[in-house]
Every structure is written in C-alpha cells, then in structure tokens.
Design a protein around this ligand. Structure first.
Ligand code: NAG
Ligand code: NAG
Ligand code: NAG
Ligand code: NAG
Ligand code: NAG
Length: 383
C-alpha cells in the first residue's frame, strides 16, 4: 500500500509536469535578459565598490622580423602583469588597437591575442575588448580577434552584435551587465562597448573601412534599452552605465581648444584633427557618428562617462556640453604604437564607490611605475 501511495504521489507530481504545455518563456521575466548564461556574473566587491582598469592601444605584433617589435610585446606583457598584480581590478577593458595589424601575417595574426590575454587568464579576471582601426587590416579583422579571444580566454565577455548591426567590419558592439551581488535579479551597472571600425578590409584588394560607429547602432541601442526596461524596470534610480569606444566621438574634437589643465588634467599632446576622432578623414563624412552619439546619450540613463583610446598623447577628461556627458581618454598602455619618450605607459583606473547609480566615480591615470596623475571625480559639478 505504501508503495502504491508513493507511486501515486510520484505520478501526481510528475504527470502535470509532463503534460504541461510548452509555453514560450516570457521575455520580460526579471533575470531572463542574460547574455552570459554560462559565465560567472560580474559583481561589485563585498565592500560595495567596483574597479575597472583600462588598457588601451597595446599594439602587439609590430615588426616580428626585427628584434624591437617582439621586445615591445615582452615589455607590454610585463606592464600588464605589474599593473594587474598591484591594481587588483574587478574588470578589465582592452580599449582597442590590441594589434598593429599591418605588420602581421595571414596565417598567424590571431596568435597575438593569445599573448595579450595570457596575463588576464593568469589573474582570472573578467574582461572585454573594443577594437580599433589597426585591428582591421588585410591580414586581421575585428571579428577574427573576437573569435580568437572567445576561444582562448574563458573570462572574455566580448560579444558580437546581431546580424545587420555595426556596419562593414564593425561587429564588436555589445553590453555587459554588472550585479551588486551574484544572486540579484537585476544589474546595477551596464558596460557598453561600441565598434568604431576604421582600418582596412581583409584580403589583397583591401579598401578603407569607415571610421565611425555605424548608424545601425543607434536603433539597436534603443531596442536594447527597451528590452532592459521591460525585463528590469526603468534605469533612472537603479542602473548606472559607462561606454567604451576606441575612436573618440567626433563631438570631442571641438572641445580641445577650451581645455583647462587645472580642471581637465592629464597629458594633452595630440592635437585632434584629421583621423583622430570619428569621421574626420574625409570632409564628406564629418559627423557621421552623430546618430550613434545622440542615441547613446538620449537612451542610456545615468551614463557616467564615455572612454576612448586612439590618440596616444591624450589623457584628459572633458564634459561634452551638447549631450551633457563626460568624455575621457584612456592611457596608451602598449610599448607598440606611436609615442614620445616622456609620455610613459600605463592605464586608466575607474572606481565606483558604491552600487548607487548616481554616485560620482573617481578616475585617474596610473603609470607602469605606480605614479598616478590626472585624478578627477566625475560628478555633476565636474567641468
Ligand atoms: C623595454 O623596456 C625597457 C625598460 O624596462 C626599455 O629599456 C626598452 O627600451 C624597452 N624596449 C622597447 C623595444 O620598447
Ligand atoms: C599578410 O600575410 C601574407 C601571408 O602571410 C604576407 O605575405 C603579407 O606580407 C602580409 N601583409 C599584408 C599587408 O598583406
Ligand atoms: C607569424 O609568422 C611569422 C613568419 O613566420 C613569424 O615571424 C611571427 O613571429 C609569427 N607570429 C606569431 C604571433 O606567431
Ligand atoms: C581653470 O580652472 C580652474 C579650476 O576650476 C579655475 O580656477 C581657473 O580660473 C580656470 N582657468 C581659466 C583660464 O579658465
Ligand atoms: C614614472 O613614470 C613616468 C612616465 O614615464 C615618469 O614621468 C615619472 O617620473 C616616473 N615616476 C617615478 C617616481 O619614477
């Protein structure tokens, strides 16, 4: 009898489950919007802070047929190990121009990705990348770098945009959610990454690639925000955001003459002009990134700042007044890529003091030798 009762109880439990119609999963369920179901969640520290270290313009792979190119890469890897050991970040961003693609070979260019991610794998740090104009060349593409990174770095959060988004040779547009605690239903911070393209198409009949974030990204941002709001509720009091894009938005070029070195500290040695912000090379294309820039700033709430690399001689932050958003350069990290003896190499650090979405961030430049400079607090009174 007991056995039959147990069997009945078992059937009662199992039958409804077996016969339940297979309903489609509700898209708007809290927590359902997770682009990384198989990866550990990126979270704030137990003390409520969150620190990002940005390496920019690493430029691996210069002149492999000479001694100095490979020596530069040894130096860059050494810098990464020193900085990661001392800074102990919670997340790392590689902000474009990982590789000097014009010097690499078709058969093995992506092997440089293995070298670049080795320190991140060793320190078991979650990270993701944007890609730059030097990452699109006849022998390398953004997509090839992304696929290699996904293959060889278990904690890479770099993704590709859906088909049709990002334009020619610009697949690296995506976002990464950051949670306060690992079991929370909704994130407190969204890190956005955009592909500003540039460089050259692959193959022997190579042609130039547009050097701005494609128009298609503007609508994509709006749709992603709608999906986030549906799944998690409005961002206003709940979620902060940061954005990373290799080539500075075009709107930044006009702000350099008005910089004040007390208010906007940091190296200011690269004059922005042709090719140094998005869509400046051809006068017909000036400001082609405006649909992206407007959509980003209109749709993404609590956007604390936008970070670019590309111009190795610049470290400053500034407020972009038309969109009322703060922009900051990263820091040239790699021994490869153009430089001047006194610029030094290092990283930009960004620290969230708490998970509250409107609390001001601290950010500064750290050199390889530990010296810091250009520290600013990014709050509503900044600039
Ligand atoms: C590598 O770094 C050392 C200092 O640690 C420096 O003397 C050397 O010039 C660097 N090599 C290159 C090729 O940048
Ligand atoms: C690309 O790779 C091929 C084959 O490895 C090599 O011959 C060529 O010099 C490389 N560079 C360019 C710019 O094509
Ligand atoms: C790629 O191949 C070239 C030519 O054989 C070699 O000089 C270079 O060191 C290789 N690069 C990598 C990253 O393996
Ligand atoms: C530069 O900024 C500092 C600090 O905000 C301010 O005291 C100074 O007047 C500014 N200089 C100019 C030339 O605007
Ligand atoms: C650290 O490196 C930077 C950049 O090369 C240099 O300007 C600074 O003087 C160095 N600091 C120390 C304490 O050596």
């Amino acid at each position: 009898m007991a056995a039959i009762a147990a069997l009945c109880a078992l059937l009662a439990l199992t039958i409804p489950a077996l016969s339940a119609p297979t309903e489609p999963r509700q898209v708007a369920l809290p927590g359902a919007l997770d682009p990384y179901p198989t990866k550990p969640r990126v979270t704030f520290r137990e003390d409520g802070t969150f620190k990002i270290t940005v390496f920019a313009d690493l430029h691996y792979g210069e002149n492999p047929w000479d001694a100095w190119g490979p020596e530069q890469d040894v130096n860059s890897t050494k810098l990464m190990r020193i900085v990661l050991a001392e800074e102990k970040p919670d997340y790392v961003v590689l902000n474009g121009d990982l590789i000097t693609g014009e010097n690499t070979f078709r058969q093995n260019s992506t092997r440089l990705i293995d070298e670049i991610v080795a320190p991140l794998n060793e320190f078991q740090l979650p990270f993701s990348s944007t890609h730059g104009n030097h990452d699109n060349e006849p022998n390398i593409t953004h997509l090839e770098e992304i696929k290699r990174e996904q293959l060889v770095a278990p904690l890479s959060y770099t993704r590709t945009a859906p088909p049709g988004i990002g334009g020619e040779e610009g697949p690296g547009t995506y976002w990464v959610p950051v949670y306060e605690h690992v079991d929370d239903p909704t994130p407190v911070l969204i890190l956005w990454f955009f592909d500003s393209r540039g460089g050259w198409t692959p193959g022997s009949n190579s042609t130039p690639v547009p050097d701005w974030v494609d128009d298609s990204v503007a609508g994509w941002i709006e749709r992603e925000i709608a999906a986030m709001d549906a799944a998690w509720g409005p961002a206003d009091d709940t979620r902060a955001a940061l954005a990373f894009v290799h080539i500075p938005p075009h709107a930044i070029q006009a702000l350099q003459p008005g910089l004040n070195s007390t208010r906007d500290p940091g190296l200011n040695a690269d004059v922005l002009g042709s090719g140094s912000t998005q869509a400046t090379t051809n006068p017909a294309n000036i400001g082609k990134d405006q649909p992206f820039w407007e959509s980003l700033n209109k749709n993404v709430k609590n956007l604390h700042a936008v970070f670019s690399g590309h111009d190795h001689g610049n470290e400053w932050c500034v407020r972009e007044p038309t969109m009322d958003v703060i922009f900051c350069f990263s820091k040239h990290s790699g021994y490869g890529g153009y430089s001047d003896s006194w610029w030094g190499h290092g990283v930009r650090n960004i620290v969230f003091p708490s998970p509250r979405p409107t609390d001001a961030l601290d950010t500064w430049i750290r050199f390889e030798n530990g010296t810091i400079q250009a520290r600013v607090t990014l709050d509503s009174s900044y600039n």
